[in-house]
Every structure is written in structure tokens, then in C-alpha cells.
Design a protein. Sequence first.
Length: 124
Amino acid sequence: MATLAACGVGAKLVQLGLPGRTDRGVELDDVIRALIAENAAVAIAVSGGKDSIAAALAVIAYLDAVGHTGPRILIHSDLGDPDPRFDVEWADSLPTCERLAKRLGLELLVDSISRSTIVRKSGA
């Protein structure tokens, strides 16, 4: 089964004069449009901030409008860290994502990696 990730930035691309076709404010190309028509799984990344919530709502509205019946899931990357020097996660990020998932009736997959781990791996 193919999986695709979608982002609601199409309207901004049009406003900036950048190439791309938009449907309901969701940036699409022919490959993504074909996958959606085949009811491919759609994974939507959400941070809990207003931009990602708006993008998720736009993507879901678009999928509903075109009759997409494939699987849909929200994904949140938790950047919390036990070391306060590296904790960049807003305290309400995960609860906000959980409320969004509940409202949309979708599963929320949460991936956790601490910022200190990222810094150690990058050598910064």
C-alpha cells in the first residue's frame, strides 16, 4: 500500500507565484492526485501549532471532498527532552494533537526523540 504525506501550503505557493496546482488550498501534483484517487494512505504531520492544525483540517476537508476512503493518520514528533537545556517542546503540543485526532476521529502516531539525542548525533 502506498503512503503519502500532504501539506496545506498550496494557497501560499499561488500567492507567491510559485508553480504548483492547488485544490482547496492543498498543494498537489499529478502523482499525489493519482494516489489519492487510488485511496492511498495519507499521513499528516502535526505539531500542535495553529499552522499544522489548519493544514490538517485543509487536507481532511480536501480528502472528504474528493471521496477519499483510504486510511488517514496524524503523526506528531515529540521533541521534549528531560534535559531542560534541550527541551523545545511546547507543553500543550501533544495534548493539542490528541484533541485534534479525537475531533477528526483519526489515530495519532507519536514519535519521540529528545533534542539532546539529535544534538549528540549531529555533533553540534
